[in-house]
Design a protein around this ligand. Structure first.
Ligand code: G4P
Length: 498
């Protein structure tokens, strides 16, 4: 076990992500939380990392925006005796895969909902990941200063659409132009308008009291109302989070469960951020510390490479500044400068051979064949594709029929980023060929004979993923449902982790 002073450091950590549909107010809320932490002093200091779809040729714009997102990757600050780490998630849905991976590195999440729009698509998808991982979530109903949906309807919608029980912790005094303040339901104002009295009777009749255990299990979401823009209801959220959100949780590795208080250091890589400047082809590999304490210039074991490595310039993130750190604790994220040693999912330890689980690949939404457009640069193209896939930019499948490479992404923008980076960082040229494809399904069966028959019959639709797993590339929902009907002993998974 770690010495008690180090254990205290770990207990102080609150590491979470804010997730929302673009425009719901994530950036504004983040900024207000940083203001409370004294980490910034003026509003407007946090730049949105929204990657807006610009004219295709405007790559500088995307570079600039990616630059911003590295600065806001992790925002650490101290508040009320605690150390808060907010992990940022990209706003653009074409980078949803990045967000999914970031969610594997947090101990809890805040879901921001625009009270005029209710639960939107992106929020629903991100919440699915939280549910899958049983991540404790809090809900912030934002923009109560605008005319929006009725608070009870919002509560119903959140329960139904997010698939989680909800109970309010604060309640709004008015809405739209009449919105003035919020109050904690366990500390009600003495004077109540008739409307509020009715509301409270209804709340008492319908909603259970907040149950911390149920929240920590991921079964119950406490709900807050407010306006990030007007800084109303934000402090209530932050105080509640500090009090109730979990300190670093145990993390499951293939071999065993790792407890944060173990004295030996362990961490896994959940994100790699490339420098888009071709003259500095270095990356930052982001590691979430799962247990113990990380020290600068100390040898750690890179499990996949079976190699000891030490880091002279690890960085941590305080507010929006990247700083070299000498030590960091379970719950923290350290950025390690990297020149191609790391892949998403890599594990660092003090010597133990551990492999952390829980970095699933999701079926991409779009697929294209990638072909070499410059025969003299075949090697560079291969290298570039492999490194970009290791960074998690997109997924690579190789057709078992003809060996052609298929790239799967969440959105069109990723194809553009890949092509641009191959050209600028690897001097390689690629060509895309459209591919009509519905889903990539990882297949599994207890019945080896049936699995074999399936693979033979469907040879032209079979591909291999980066880890060597069999993937069935269904070209339509119909083909998939026929396959499911015909091969009852085969399970078709839409994520690589099952
Ligand atoms: P995002 O990161 O989730 O994409 O959202 P962001 O915070 O950038 O907010 C999106 C827009 O919603 C911004 O307006 C922001 O000012 C506004 N907003 C955020 N919270 C509230 C709130 O509580 N009430 C109201 N009325 N508006 C809110 P914008 O016009 O796009 O940008 P800006 O010109 O205000 O910066």
């Amino acid at each position: 076990m770690l010495p008690s002073s180090d254990q205290n450091e770990i207990l102080k950590r609150r590491t979470f992500a804010i997730i929302s549909h673009p425009d719901a107010g994530k950036t504004t809320l983040t900024e207000k939380l940083l203001l409370y932490g004294g980490a910034i002093h003026v509003a407007g200091a946090v730049k949105s990392n929204k990657i807006r779809k610009t004219a295709t040729s405007d790559w500088m714009e995307i570079e600039k925006q990616r630059g911003i997102s590295v600065a806001t990757s992790v925002m650490g600050f101290d508040y009320a005796g605690h150390h808060i780490n907010i992990l940022d998630t990209p706003g653009h849905q074409d980078f949803a895969e990045d967000t999914f991976r970031t969610l594997t590195a947090v101990d809890s999440a805040i879901v921001v909902i625009d009270s005029a729009k209710g639960v939107e698509t992106q929020t629903r998808r991100l919440m699915e990941v939280c549910r899958m991982r049983k991540t404790p979530v809090m809900v912030f109903m934002n923009k109560m200063d605008r005319e929006g949906k009725d608070p009870f309807d919002l509560m119903d919608e959140a329960e139904k659409e997010l698939g989680i029980h909800c109970t309010p912790v604060t309640w709004a005094n008015g809405q739209g132009l009449k919105f003035e303040s919020v109050f904690a339901l366990n500390n009600r104002p003495a004077e109540l308008s008739e409307k509020l009295q009715e509301d409270l009777e209804m709340i008492d009749g319908v909603y259970p009291e907040f149950d911390k255990e149920a929240y920590l299990r991921g079964d119950l979401a406490p709900v807050f109302f407010g306006s990030a823009y007007k800084t109303i209801g934000v402090q209530e959220l932050l105080d509640f989070l500090v009090e109730n959100a979990p300190s670093p949780l145990p993390v499951t590795a293939e071999e065993r469960t790792v407890e944060p208080m173990e004295d030996k250091f362990t961490a896994f890589c959940f994100k790699i951020h490339a420098n888009m400047d071709p003259n500095h082809r270095s990356c930052i590999a982001f590691f979430k510390i799962c247990s113990g304490k990380f020290l600068r210039n100390t040898y750690y074991y890179h499990v996949r490479k079976d190699q000891q490595m030490r880091f002279a310039a690890p960085t941590c993130f305080m507010a929006q500044k990247k700083e070299t750190v000498d030590e960091a604790f379970a719950g923290d994220v350290v950025g390690l400068p990297d020149t191609g040693n790391f892949k998403i999912g890599d594990t660092l330890t003090a010597g133990e051979k551990l492999h952390f689980k829980g970095l699933p690949s999701f079926s991409p939404e779009m697929f294209k064949y990638i072909d070499n457009a410059d025969p003299m640069r075949q090697k560079q193209l291969e290298k570039g594709i492999n490194q970009l896939m290791d960074e998690g930019v997109a997924q690579l499948f190789v057709s078992q029929l003809n060996g052609r490479k298929i790239i799967g992404t969440v959105g069109q923008l990723q194809f553009e980023v890949i092509q641009y980076r191959l050209e600028h960082e690897y001097q390689a040229k690629c060509r895309w060929q459209p591919l009509q494809m519905y889903k990539a399904c990882w297949i599994e069966s207890d019945d080896d004979a049936e699995l074999d028959t399936f693979k033979k019959r469907k040879a032209q639709y079979m591909a291999t993923d980066k880890e060597g797993r069999d993937v069935f590339m269904a070209d339509s929902a119909y083909v998939l449902s026929m396959a499911q009907q015909d091969y009852k002993h085969i399970t078709f998974h839409f994520t690589s982790e099952f």
